[in-house]
Design a protein around this ligand. Sequence first.
Ligand code: NAG
Length: 355
Amino acid sequence: MITRKKLYFILVLFTVCVYLLVDFLSNQQLIKLEGYSSDERFQYSVDTEKFNDDINVVDSFGSCPDGNIITVGFGGQLGNRIWEYMSLYAAYQLYKDECRFYPYVPMEITKDMEVVFQKLWIPILQDLPEVCIQQREKIVIGGHDDIPVKELQGKNAVLELPKYSARYEFVSDYGFDNIRRELRFKPEYVNEVYTNLKSLKSTYYKENDDVVFVGMHYRGTDYVPHIRKYLHEKFEGPPTYEYYNKAMSFFQEKYEKVIFILVTIDTNWIDQNKAGFKKDANLAINPFESEKLKDLALLSHCNHSIISYGSFSSTAALFAGGTTFVYDLQIPLNVKGPILAMGLASRLPNWHVLK
Ligand SMILES: *[C@@H]1O[C@H](CO)[C@@H](O)[C@H](O)[C@H]1NC(C)=O
């Protein structure tokens, strides 16, 4: 016989069971969701090398990234492209937590860079469903403006760094040694460089000698009017052999066995300056078949650098990682113009301006 008391007891028990079941199921759901989103986030914050084969993570989830997209415009030549990529990469790394950044790079930049570098990590902008971009507020900032951290907070916007971005300040803050791990030369380029350096060494020294290679670069041709356009009469003209001789003497005094390698495509400048270079130095002028990417790889694998200005040689000198001399344009860093090399020299202890 079911008494009132028993019925009451069963009812209470049933209610408790239902409550526990619902609670259990909803917790399951929560755990699952949390696992999902942190997973997605995780794939973006871990060491890039592990995920080189796993780009386009967001696409595989079939949804738009929940956070701010950071990207960059593109323009110019290889040197500009590399700096656009590095600016984006460094800005992302420095601000990813504060701004909930997801980086995307235009295909045009990746395509140029992946000729000489191994697979790059930043996902391609064009692989992102268009709807992910269309609905977002777009924020564009100037060449050396701060990242608008406050403005980005709580938003799902698109922040675009401008084309020709050359954020030496971000690159030096994040550290080029970290960027080096992302920008790895393809083995075929490196192998050719070592073969060339070895053969060059054999012209001057013995195989087992300790030799220091100093890469020198002169950026002439169209760049000279380009500088004049920005600096007008403040530009006293490009460097001559005198600047290079001064910097070469520094290395000759410091090291016993030095080989200097000068690379430039400006043959007029070579003709005008050739006779003036130091006679007591081992100087090879454009010693190998000249091609932009091979020149970059060659200069990047020297031990030290003497450069004029510009993004191409500034990149090579960063890769070389040694003492670097930069031609002193004697302009402040807050002007619009060719300030990249001088900007790096203002921040890196082993970079020096010289006139
Ligand atoms: C100088 O550069 C050459 C070529 O990249 C390299 O093999 C050598 O180890 C470097 N020397 C030093 C002292 O770093």
